[in-house]
Design a protein around this ligand. Structure first.
Ligand code: KG4
Ligand code: ZN
Length: 349
């Protein structure tokens, strides 16, 4: 079977074709148009601009794809920015209608959760650490649509720590890669930052206190800057040298890794899984990947990490989830684009 995936839930316009024959999957196309240029001036994603960019790009991107060879179309239907979801969903449904093929509405987090089965061909079960721009969760993935939420963030997501502090540091957009670049050669122990819930016996996260601590740290270098300017999240780095910024970014990566390891170690107390998987945009971070790999080794578990290109938003994961749905005989429901959609609603009893 060969499925076209469409991803438009945030600021990546992506189309991919994934095939699956005789137990072997193949990513035949994986095209991404990143809207960084459209949004960087504003320091973050502007939903209206994102939706317009999706509608501008999709017709060009689909033009040279071998549509007549497809068995189905799959498009991200939630959660995400509603304008972009409507564009991808409407585009996908119309295409499916015109080709007389089934349309599969895809849950963005389910796509992140299952990507590793496409890239690394692993079997269920596994323990998933999902760290993206909008979500931070630990989920026991027992099988397809057999998901058990063990913990999640009570406030901000892990990705927000990178995005908001990069903005404050004037490092540009998107935040994660900018912080990773600035952190190269930085001292990860220079700035001690808080680890919320450290050693507490549950699997939930909290990142708002860490964000505040980072903001206060930056502010201490520029005492003349008012708190209101800080809270408006304008760049206020004039008081910091390049090497101090580098050390702070390295310290942020170090602290986020420490928090993730601490929360995973709580999950390990209640789950026997040997396969540990990380997914979502923050899983693209090399420092975090290395730290988590080493930790899992000490715990006699194996960390399985999808390639960087499949950690951040892409359409191959959407096409693959369509294939998983087809394989599990899921009849595609009419699900309308849904900005907030809890993955656990998909879990089968
Ligand atoms: O999964 P994703 O592409 O989109 C969502 O579903 O949210 O994740 C985006 C998040 C952003 O917060 C971005 O800053 C972060 O992933 N990110 C990174 C890196 N690349 C992307 N964070 C840390 N290091 C990176 N290299
Ligand atoms: Zn995502």
């Amino acid at each position: 079977m060969r499925v076209l995936g469409i991803e438009s839930s945030c600021d990546e316009t992506a189309l991919a074709i994934v095939s699956y024959e005789n137990g072997k999957s193949c990513i035949e196309r994986n095209d991404i148009y990143s809207q960084i240029k459209e949004h960087e001036h504003f320091g973050g994603v502007v939903p209206e601009i994102a939706a317009r960019a999706h509608i501008d790009r999709l017709p060009f991107m689909v033009k040279d794809l071998p549509l007549d060879t497809l068995d189905a179309i799959a498009a991200t239907t939630g959660p995400g920015l509603i304008g972009g979801l409507h564009i991808g969903y409407g585009f996908g449904r119309a295409l499916a209608l015109s080709l007389n093929k089934p349309f599969y509405p895809i849950h963005h987090l389910e796509a992140h959760a299952l990507t590793v089965r496409l890239s690394n061909q692993i079997d269920f079960p596994y323990l998933l650490l999902l760290i993206s721009g909008g979500h931070t969760q630990i989920i026991a993935v027992q099988g397809f649509r057999q998901y058990k939420l063990l913990g999640e963030t009570r406030d901000d997501s892990c990705g927000e720590v990178f995005d908001k502090t990069a903005k404050l540091l004037g490092l540009g957009f998107p935040g994660g890669p900018a912080i990773e670049k600035a952190a190269l050669n930085g001292d990860p122990l220079r700035y001690p930052l808080p680890c919320p819930f450290y050693k507490q016996p549950h699997c939930d996260f909290s990142f708002s206190g860490l964000k505040t601590a980072i903001r206060e740290c930056i502010r201490s270098f520029s005492p003349g800057v008012t708190a209101s300017k800080h809270y408006a999240q304008e760049s206020v780095t004039s008081g910091m040298t390049t090497s101090e910024i580098s050390d702070l970014c390295a310290s942020i990566q170090h602290t986020v890794s420490k928090i993730l390891i601490d929360r995973l170690s709580q999950a390990f107390k209640v789950t026997p899984h040997k396969q540990i998987v990380i997914a979502g945009g923050v899983a693209a971070n090399q420092y975090i990947r290395t730290q988590l790999t080493t930790f899992c080794e000490t715990q006699k578990r194996t960390l399985i990490v999808p390639p960087v290109k499949l950690c951040t938003d892409n359409a191959a994961m959407v096409a693959w989830t369509g294939i998983e749905m087809m394989q599990h005989n899921i009849t595609p429901d009419i699900v309308v684009p849904t900005p907030r959609w809890n993955l656990m609603e998909l879990a089968r009893a």
